[in-house]
Design a protein around this ligand. Structure first.
Ligand code: MN
Length: 135
């Protein structure tokens, strides 16, 4: 079975290190993007990841803007995206889902649940297809 490829977009080095360490240990192939420009490059290539973890708070850029760009490309319709966020406030979940994410992972990263949550999102795939919410 080919390794599952995860693209991590995260501008905090410690978070990036921890997330990539945990996912590599679990057998994922990890691609890293440390800013919005790297994220755009990684998503523009022909080789798409199987899942994207997207920091919602990149330097100078709202992570949802990148997710919006990604979703406007029809070839990414089924690509699961999880928001990474340090401040999940009331209403944020809805905002992330409406913005094209399939869920979110809270920072600081919980080493006990992180990989499990990524694998679950990968299994479930994209929640919304053709504008219809799956049950
Ligand atoms: Mn950040």
């Amino acid at each position: 079975m080919p390794a599952r490829v995860v693209l991590i977009v995260e501008d905090n080095e410690q978070n990036m290190e921890l997330a990539s360490y945990l996912l590599e240990e679990a057998g994922f192939e990890v691609r890293k993007a440390g800013d919005a420009a790297e994220a755009r490059r990684a998503l523009a290539g022909g080789e798409r990841p199987d899942i994207v973890l997207m920091d919602m708070n990149l330097a100078g850029v709202d992570g949802l803007a990148i997710v919006g760009e990604l979703r406007r490309n029809p070839t990414n319709a089924a690509l699961p995206v999880l928001a990474l966020t340090a401040h999940a406030m009331r209403g944020d979940r809805e905002r992330f889902l409406e913005g094209g994410c399939d869920g979110y992972l809270a920072k600081p990263i919980d080493v006990k649940t992180f990989v499990r949550d990524v694998e679950a999102a990968l299994r479930e795939g994209r929640h919304v297809r053709g504008g219809e919410e799956r049950s």
